[in-house]
Write a protein that binds this ligand. Structure first.
Ligand SMILES: *[C@@H]1O[C@H](CO)[C@@H](O)[C@H](O)[C@H]1NC(C)=O
Ligand SMILES: *[C@@H]1O[C@H](CO)[C@@H](O)[C@H](O)[C@H]1NC(C)=O
Length: 300
């Protein structure tokens, strides 16, 4: 009698908890939670860069709820783009809005962190990549070719993060979401790389430097900042580093078996902060990222 009433009570409590807990929380393994919310740091960055570039306004206008009240980014601008590029970038922007919604529908997430999308932030990345101060400073918003080069900076980092996260996820729902995000993120990277590849030998004025050299130097910088070896490759590389060790053209990056590289959240923070340290925010995230993983390295 005592036993059966114990069972009835505990069953009722469990049933109540299941009803009261948000649906998402009951679906997502606790260990998956931090790995799923971490990419919001990059998805916010991509959404805002692509929205501002193609429309001149950001999430505050297009999907204010998805910002969860985070501060308006600094320095985003409408880019000077040809019509095909503007169309493609607007599609990417809207895809990123969907990605934010998809992630926020399975984990609570966090408000949009402060983002610095000013031309000067991109100029400082490019200066670091070249090891000299370009004059005039590189402006991502001033032409189609400059915007595509700046876009080379963004989805690839997310892609490597999703490859890295997938292996660590427990739940089927989590893995399905990350595979789906990875698919589209890789597609965006492939389109950007293909548009740049067509222009690989075009000279970026007024610097007298070819497009492929920008990509090679940006990839080398990311390898250096990430600090875990080669996980990034430009558009034209020594044949030994190309597919099957035998080709210079490198429209897509991959390891010696052409399998996508992976990066940890720590490597990603070192790159997007531009500091080479997950503990030293800066670059696109002046106050650092949010979520348990990024926050665990701040204020220490
Ligand atoms: C945004 O939030 C407001 C207030 O909570 C709500 O009324 C509205 O339906 C939301 N819009 C979308 C598109 O989710
Ligand atoms: C944005 O980045 C640029 C370049 O690093 C910097 O000069 C500027 O102060 C930054 N703005 C903020 C508010 O952090």
């Amino acid at each position: 009698m005592a036993k059966s009433s114990y069972f009835t009570t505990s069953t009722t409590i469990v049933a109540l908890l299941i009803i009261l807990l948000p649906k998402s929380y009951s679906q997502i393994a606790k260990s998956d939670h931090d790995l799923l919310e971490f990419p919001l740091n990059l998805e916010y960055l991509e959404a805002e860069f692509f929205l501002y570039g193609s429309l001149g306004v950001g999430l505050d206008h297009v999907a204010p709820n998805l910002t969860k009240g985070g501060p308006t980014p600094i320095g985003g601008q409408l880019a000077t783009l040809d019509s095909v590029t503007r169309d493609v970038i607007l599609q990417f922007a809207l895809q990123e809005v969907g990605h934010l919604r998809a992630i926020q529908s399975v984990v609570e997430g966090f408000p949009r962190p402060l983002l610095n999308l000013s031309a000067a932030t991109f100029a400082s990345v490019i200066d670091s990549a070249f090891g000299i101060k370009l004059d005039p400073p590189f402006n991502p918003y001033s032409s189609t070719i400059n915007y595509l080069i700046a876009s080379y900076l963004v989805p690839y980092v997310g892609l490597t993060g999703y490859v890295g996260a997938n292996a660590k996820l427990e739940g089927a729902t989590s893995r399905r979401l990350v595979a789906g995000l990875l698919g589209v993120e890789s597609g965006q990277d492939a389109v950007i790389r293909a548009l740049l590849y067509e222009r690989a030998h075009q000279i970026v004025e007024p610097y007298g430097t070819a497009v492929f050299e920008f990509t090679n130097k940006i990839s080398a910088l990311r390898n250096k900042l990430g600090g875990e070896g080669v996980k990034d490759e430009g558009l034209l590389i020594p044949p030994a580093e190309g597919a099957e060790g035998s080709i210079t053209g490198n429209v897509l990056a991959g390891d010696p078996n052409s399998v996508a590289y992976e990066r940890t959240p720590e490597e990603i923070l070192r790159i997007v902060y531009g500091s080479g340290s997950e503990k030293v925010p800066g670059g696109f995230h002046p106050n650092g990222g949010d979520g348990n993983i990024a926050k665990s390295y701040l204020h220490k």
